[in-house]
Design a protein around this ligand. Structure first.
Ligand SMILES: NC(=O)c1ccc[n+]([C@@H]2O[C@H](COP(=O)([O-])OP(=O)(O)OC[C@H]3O[C@@H](n4cnc5c(N)ncnc54)[C@H](O)[C@@H]3O)[C@@H](O)[C@H]2O)c1
Ligand SMILES: O=C(O)CC[C@@H](O)C(=O)O
Length: 312
């Protein structure tokens, strides 16, 4: 009997895929190449993706055998969940795979913004030794606002506790007491925007969160605000942010995610006080191994009786 076909449409950690070929016909394609994706989907019983492959109605219609889409990561904004439900296709993500990596990058970006670390490094490399140009600020004593207090937001709070910063969070879906237990003050959105010296965004991209950091929100912010977004592009309205940066109503931004990626031509790159990274929040060996491993386990559970033979 032919083995079920597992189509891998984004780069995955090789170690996480070990042994998969014994039970499945494993095929690879570049999911951001739409033509190749649509050509490969008719044979697929399972599809493993990261953030670059768009699984929409058209893709699902091209995949009549498909039983599961496994997302090796967290965000599911690239999957049409309603269309998958209608098609009877299970969608799973790997929610705990990259929490630590994103939280650590977030702390790094906050410190990099406050201390101008990338610009100082670039200046030394350019032959300068200009110590006064890079005078920064301490995180200690600052107020850090956390927008979205789920897995990553909470871990960021735990990590920041060591810096003696005052922590605020806004998340209407978190039960009472959760924030306080972590030493965090739960506040309304407008208080978060008004009081934060640093604002770090950890939301999923949904119709309700798209553009939530826009003109009105930024108008409430302190002109010294440093904004960090390691969640999803589009949650920060990029043209509103650009206007605020131009008018010096925001002091800086670190952005790991953009409305359109790759973001190599994004207008925000023209600002010295913007620190861009190429969507590397989950980009550690540790997180990629866990994300791939969890996606593979989900595929085994879905396609093999009893989850298939135990693998080392
Ligand atoms: N940069 C990266 O590589 C990277 C890696 C992992 C995750 N992410 C992004 O980070 C996001 C968060 O990940 P997570 O694991 O913390 O998810 P999560 O689901 O645990 O947390 C998201 C939180 O946002 C809250 N929320 C939703 N709508 C809100 C609103 N309007 N206002 C305030 N809070 C709201 C939810 O209640 C939830 O607690 C993911 O959805 C993904 O898009 C990015
Ligand atoms: O797939 C990736 O590398 C990005 C992962 C990240 O954005 C996520 O939502 O988990």
């Amino acid at each position: 009997m032919a083995q079920p076909v597992v189509l891998i449409a984004d780069p995955l950690d090789a170690a996480a895929l070990e042994g998969l070929g014994a039970d499945f016909d494993v095929r690879h394609c570049d999911g951001s190449d739409r033509g190749r994706l649509l050509a490969a989907l008719p044979a697929a019983d399972a599809l493993i993706i990261r953030s670059a492959t768009r699984v929409d109605r058209e893709a699902l219609a091209a995949a009549p055998r498909l039983r599961i889409v496994a997302r090796a990561g967290v965000g599911l904004d690239n999957v049409d969940l309603a269309a998958a439900r209608e098609a009877g296709v299970e969608v799973v993500n790997a929610p705990d795979s990259n929490t630590t990596s994103v939280a650590e990058l977030t702390v790094g970006l906050i410190l990099a913004l406050l201390r101008h670390i990338p610009a100082a490094g670039a200046s030394v490399r350019a032959g300068e030794w200009n110590r006064s140009a890079f005078q920064g600020e301490e995180l200690s004593g600052k107020t850090v606002g956390i927008l979205g207090f789920g897995r990553i937001g909470r871990l960021v709070a735990r990590r920041l506790a060591a810096f003696d910063a005052r922590l605020l969070a806004h998340d209407p879906h978190v039960p009472d007491g959760v924030a306080e237990e972590l030493g965090v003050e739960p506040v309304r959105f407008d208080a978060l925007m008004r009081r934060s010296d640093v604002l770090t965004v950890h939301l999923p991209r949904t119709p309700a969160t798209t553009g939530i950091i826009g003109t009105a929100a930024l108008a409430m912010a302190k002109p010294t605000l440093r904004l960090v977004n390691t969640s999803r592009g589009g949650i920060v309205d990029e043209s509103a942010l650009e206007t605020a940066l131009k008018d010096k109503r925001v002091a800086g931004a670190a952005l790991d995610v953009f409305a359109v990626e790759p973001a190599t031509h994004n207008g925000l790159l023209a600002y010295d006080n913007v620190l861009p990274t190429p969507h590397i929040g989950a980009g550690t060996r540790d997180a990629q191994y866990r994300a791939g491993r969890d996606a593979v386990s989900a595929v085994r559970r879905a396609l093999l009786p009893e989850g298939g033979p135990a693998r080392p």
